[in-house]
Design a protein around this ligand. Sequence first.
Ligand SMILES: NC(=O)c1ccc[n+]([C@@H]2O[C@H](COP(=O)([O-])OP(=O)(O)OC[C@H]3O[C@@H](n4cnc5c(N)ncnc54)[C@H](O)[C@@H]3O)[C@@H](O)[C@H]2O)c1
Length: 345
Amino acid sequence: MTRQPLGIAVVGLGYWGPNLVRNLHEIDAADVVSVCDRRSEQLSRVKRRYPSVEGTQRFEDVLANPRVDAVAVATPVGTHFDLAAAALRAGKHVFVEKPLAASSEKAQELIELAEDRGLVLMPGHTFLYSPPVNLIRKLIDTGELGEIYSISTSRVNLGLHQPDVSVAWDLGPHDFSILRYWLNETPTHVSALSRSCIMPGTPDVAFINLEFPSGTIAHVEISWLAPSKLRRTTIIGSRKMVVYDDTSSEPVRVFDSGVMVNEPETFGEYQLAYRTGDILSPRVDAQEPLELELSDFCQAILSGDSPRSSAELGLDVVRMIEAVDSSLEGNGSRVDIAEFRVGIS
Ligand SMILES: NC(=O)c1ccc[n+]([C@@H]2O[C@H](COP(=O)([O-])OP(=O)(O)OC[C@H]3O[C@@H](n4cnc5c(N)ncnc54)[C@H](O)[C@@H]3O)[C@@H](O)[C@H]2O)c1
């Protein structure tokens, strides 16, 4: 029997970790019993807000704490594997912020550790819980948009330059997880172009092309170097088109627009009919994705069901980022993602 509420520890209290603590406090199935950060100032900041929660600078204390059923990791990506593996070996369920690990081998190792022990391992792909993203998934799944021809997306703003990872490892997981979730497939080929404008060796702008087995093509633009914040995705379907702007109060707009090809009267004379119909802005629920995501983590532990943001999806996302890196090493070469398919043992 799993106890309720679940005792949860949050490790890493920098920029993102305090958001996990705040949202977990809103969830009935969760009880934040411990918070951990190596840096005392980060720890004190959170402890001031939640004085009854135990605080420690030593991760070992979290692992040894019998009140901790699950660990939520919000530390830099280079540390994800060691912390998550140690928590799984100590018998704790693990939520680990995106990306799941710094390589597909490490991500696969975590999946096997969790499976062997019957524990939940969930990567934090927050956008899979975003109401607009789910509304669009429904439009795709029900066939309302028709065949998805192409998707282009811009996720750019000024900063924050990360000291240890490229923009592809930092922002890429958001678009890659959304595309994987919408299309329910991983790309076959990836090619990318990037530039390290500010810090040598750390790409801060990237243009990435993805080709999917169904024929859909996607273009992802990510950058820490842009004058204003853009979170804009355009989806072109054979029946309808969608513009998703995550910064807008009307985040999803469905365009009843398209092109029809009429049968040629004589050989080669195609008649194209352009259709520009209504533009609809469906109502979107105002729920915080992070709270929905952490609730799903708790439910996965309690029910044994796989969370929407599954470890397998997390592994696919890591493989997509590795393919981007490989393309960049090959000066923008078109990389077959099968090279990064880690063997399931
Ligand atoms: N889901 C999202 O939308 C979202 C948004 C931002 C960041 N993130 C993810 O959250 C993670 C953290 O990012 P951040 O921007 O908060 O980083 P950050 O550098 O601001 O904070 C990381 C914290 O982890 C602590 N830390 C590092 N190693 C530790 C260890 N071994 N034990 C205890 N504490 C340790 C550091 O002292 C620091 O306070 C990353 O994986 C990032 O990709 C996710």
